[in-house]
Design a protein around this ligand. Structure first.
Ligand SMILES: Cc1ncc(COP(=O)(O)O)c(C=O)c1O
Length: 486
């Protein structure tokens, strides 16, 4: 492929006046992929080689590649950067035009929500240390599970998941997170996103009200919007979700999404009195709390608070967990723990909703949990992430000093960094950093309600960043922050 020709051709056919170079390169590659000129599986040049060929800065190419990855058009493999398999639009003339209005209202409601990133460079959010995962042990567990799965188990799986896995999850949650749960309450899913969508299907009707923290998790916003719920953004303070008396009175919810162990994204930890008050108010309002406990396994300073689900005998809580953080996201396995009374009632509907459950993988996971290998891996990751967190805190202190303040560093895989100078724009700094190859997200892009929030600043994931790389990346980031126009 002659990329210079490709770019020249693109520039000839479009009016690009005023476009920054990185946008042009991104748009050119995007058009070539969607137009079929760069076919699925095509290996692109390295960023360095393409920058050299086009005579432009490497960061410009890096930015374009990262955007295309975030859009799912490129992927990385051992072979390098490849064009992903995408359903290409039919050539013009063969089909009618497809305006956005051809999408359902449910689908249209999702188009404005930012796509999840797919980057694993510093300081991408929520990505575990993938290179530290005990792959050999996991492969052995999978091998054994395939050998032990008899022909009769190749039939459809229990819609709530393999009983042996549900028991292993219930045992783990009781011991590690203080849950009160029986394996019958556990539903194995394809990850938190699938759990959220199941919650919407099982427990709401279109037009019902759902609360979501503001700023908050865009995955939950997508699930709620996709379910045609009326979503209300609820203020977040230094601890976490902080509904006002007015919120309860005027927008009584059916569902309340919250991440009390490490508020996503700000990092606050909801204290015990606030947890108990929320449970009590939800009970009175007839609401169900969705407790997203996505990264509480990694508590760096002292023991974690127990999950809200276990704080009362019949708490109105649907507890969500995921193996995306404790193992790896591509596993696409998570679980929900339903309130005892609802688990049985939901079974017939669950059996009709999209089926989950790859039996041999579920069996392997159950063995991984029961054998202690999972806990051993968690212990190692806790140490690793704490070391990376400490290195990051030192570097932030050194390079940002008094111009920034850290929040939410006691738990999890990311922290938030607020700015002392209110004029600093977190979205601009995040964009400028991305253009330089540093993947930082910002808080204002996690707003979930119509109301503006007081939260602004950067979100720094540290779990996948080698300690040795942290200081240099923070030094560059601080330089970018100081030089970004306000
Ligand atoms: C707040 C939050 N919850 C849950 C998840 C995990 O989602 P999943 O299990 O769908 O990978 C993430 C991942 O980034 C997250 O940020």
């Amino acid at each position: 492929m002659d990329y210079s020709l490709l770019l020249a051709d693109f520039e000839r056919r479009h009016d690009l006046s005023g476009w920054p170079r990185q946008r042009t390169v991104h748009a050119c590659l995007r058009a070539a992929i969607l137009g079929g000129r760069l076919a699925a599986g095509h290996q692109l040049l390295s960023t360095r080689a393409l920058a050299h060929e086009l005579g432009i800065a490497r960061n410009t190419v890096l930015y374009a590649y990262e955007q295309l990855m975030a859009e799912g058009l490129l992927l990385t493999s051992r072979r390098g950067t490849l064009v992903a398999q995408v359903a290409l639009p039919a050539p013009a003339g063969e089909t009618m035009e497809r305006p956005a209005s051809a999408l359902s209202r449910r689908a249209q409601a999702l188009t404005g929500i930012a796509m999840p990133g797919m980057l694993s460079s510093a300081f991408a959010l929520g990505v575990p240390a993938l290179d530290a995962f005990p792959m050999a042990a996991w492969r052995r567990a999978l091998d054994r599970a395939w050998r032990e799965t008899g022909p009769f188990e190749f039939d459809y799986c229990d819609p709530a998941g393999l009983p042996v896995l549900r028991k292993a999850i219930a045992d783990y949650l009781q011991a590690a997170r203080g849950l009160r749960c029986d394996p019958a309450q556990v539903v194995v899913t394809n990850g938190t996103q699938a759990s959220l969508e199941l919650c919407v299907h099982l427990f709401t009707d279109a037009g019902d009200t759902a609360w979501i923290e503001n700023p908050g998790y865009l995955g939950a916003l997508s699930a709620f919007r996709g379910g045609q719920l009326r979503t209300v953004g609820i203020a977040v303070d230094h601890e976490g979700i902080a509904p006002s008396a007015d919120d309860w009175r005027k927008t009584a919810p059916r569902l309340i999404y919250t991440s009390p162990s490490h508020q996503y994204p700000t990092g606050g930890v909801l204290g015990m009195p606030r947890r108990l008050a929320l449970l009590d108010q939800a009970e009175q309002a007839g609401a169900l709390i969705i407790e997203d406990d996505y990264d509480s396994e990694f508590r760096h300073d002292g023991p974690p608070l127990p999950a809200m689900q276990g704080l009362a005998p019949a708490a109105p809580v649907i507890y969500l967990g995921t193996f995306s953080k404790t193992m790896f996201p591509a596993m696409r396995t998570g679980f929900m723990v339903l309130p005892a009374g609802l688990a049985e009632a939901a079974r017939p509907a669950l059996a009709r909703l999209p089926m989950h459950g790859r039996v041999p993988e579920q069996r392997a996971l159950a063995a991984f949990l029961a054998s202690g290998q999972f806990l051993q891996h968690l212990r190692r990751m806790r140490r690793l992430y704490r070391e990376r967190r400490d290195t990051l805190l030192d570097a932030l202190d050194r390079h940002f000093g008094a111009s920034a303040a850290v929040h939410g560093a006691g738990t999890g895989m990311h922290l938030s960094l607020g700015f002392t100078d209110a004029a600093w724009r977190d979205d601009r700094i995040s964009d400028a950093a991305r253009a330089e190859g540093i993947a930082v997200h910002c808080m204002t892009r996690h707003e979930t309600g119509l109301r503006k929030t007081a939260w602004t600043g950067l979100l720094l994931g540290y779990s996948q960043v080698p300690a040795l790389d942290i200081d240099a990346a923070v030094e560059r980031l601080a330089g970018i922050a100081r030089n970004t126009p306000v």
